[in-house]
Design a protein around this ligand. Sequence first.
Ligand code: HEC
Ligand code: HEC
Length: 445
Amino acid sequence: MNKSVPVVKVLFVFCIALLVTAVSFFPGFADDPGMQNKVIFGPGDDKRGYESADYTTNTLDLQKRIGKEADLISFVRQPPLGLPPVPVPAENPVSTKKILLGRKLFFDRRLSINDTFSCGMCHIPEQGFTNNEIETAVGVEGRTGKRNTPTVYNVAYFNKLFHDGRESTLEQQVWSPFLARNEMANPSIGYVINKIKAIREYDGLFEEAFDGRGPTMETVGMALANYQRTLNSADSPFDRWYYGKEKGAVSEQAKRGFQLFTGKGGCSACHLVKEEYALFSDDRLHNTGLGYKESMRSGSGTTSVQLAPGIFTELENTVIQSVSRAKENDLGLYEVTENPNDRWKFRTPSLRNVALTAPYMHNGSIYTLRDVIDFYNRGGIPNEILSPLIRPLHLTDSEVEDLVAFLNSLTGGNVTTLVTDAFAAPVGDMGKDDPNWTHENKLEY
Ligand code: HEC
Ligand code: HEC
């Protein structure tokens, strides 16, 4: 009994420190009184409902993940209604062996510095292949990133990857999360490859998938790209109505919403809709003002900090800042080009499956589709280099609702198939025969 007291104390102090840090990363809602009264999609950063015994997370525990393999390659060869042919690089054709190997890598927790963190733990299948519960990503050991995790649905169609568009192929993109200190934190490319070579489960898999080539920087990227290239999701109610000519596939409200999307709302200037297909993105970067707002945030005022379920205290923001790591500024495309005119430009995301991928925007600062549309309706956040396409829209309340109904009609018909397929993937966990790098340093450094 006596012994447990210090543990409880340490835990308590740790929790407070964690909460203070967390809150200081999300001043968005503390600043914006409107946000505090909104019902959000579920438990999240602000831990509303946390005091209740019914508090649940949306992440399924492993026992509840009942998987069923899907014919993934068919989603590349014949993408669902509403999508164009999937671009596949000549040097990395798709094959079932590569796809399954890529899927195995995607859910393998051992491929992080401390054997705990997989790609699938940020790109969570049952949460729209993103994370609905936090604004910005958290990687190994609770290290926070500055950006929201985008979904990997339909990621095959982008030529500009990441919110700042800095990467151009899925094959190369994977090395960013593998190596980022606040994601999977591997110290080097060779470290990841040596790990894969040492895990017996991978014996022969690369060689079979890549004509005798073992795990290399290239083949690891190619396998992961193969899996991600299958996650194409369309054939939504909207697609069945607009491209499939099924009159009753969406409500009249959603149809009005679509008229506003391409008309008065001006949304399709960036979220493109073509005659034969729609990606809902122009694959370009724009300044909507959100990044500007974040950069200009003032440090004064107070924030309500939850210490424990049901117990809150008001803290000066300056106090919070003094005990937490400074929030990194995010200048978007400027970080890639260093051109001042590129400040606060972020890539247009696709809006397919957008009902499943909250919270929204590069920093996860907007929680509901209604709030996103209110943001556009106000004309974004004015700044000297705001995109000329963003301006006050004068949409009425019911027009805003129509747009929300339209966005809600963009959930793909094969989402459940892709999620249950992901559940069928083995979760790579440390096995009895695996060398344990964290504790025994089997790589012999
Ligand atoms: C710690 C959470 C985390 C982990 C782990 C993680 N990601 Fe991500 N992922 C993110 C975030 C955050 C971004 C956006 C980063 C940015 O824009 O700078 C992202 C971006 C991406 C993108 C670009 C999507 C787009 O729309 O441009 C792809 C593809 C991707 N990740 C795949 C992967 C793969 C493959 C792995 C495993 C090797 C992985 N991710 C591991 C959080 C994570
Ligand atoms: C100037 C181009 C442009 C226009 C016009 C535009 N958007 Fe966007 N949209 C973007 C960009 C860029 C982002 C990402 C911003 C960020 O990450 O900070 C975005 C993000 C979004 C998101 C969040 C998606 C996510 O996954 O985070 C939604 C929803 C959205 N837009 C809907 C709309 C609607 C509805 C309209 C019309 C009222 C519209 N957009 C008009 C460029 C545009």
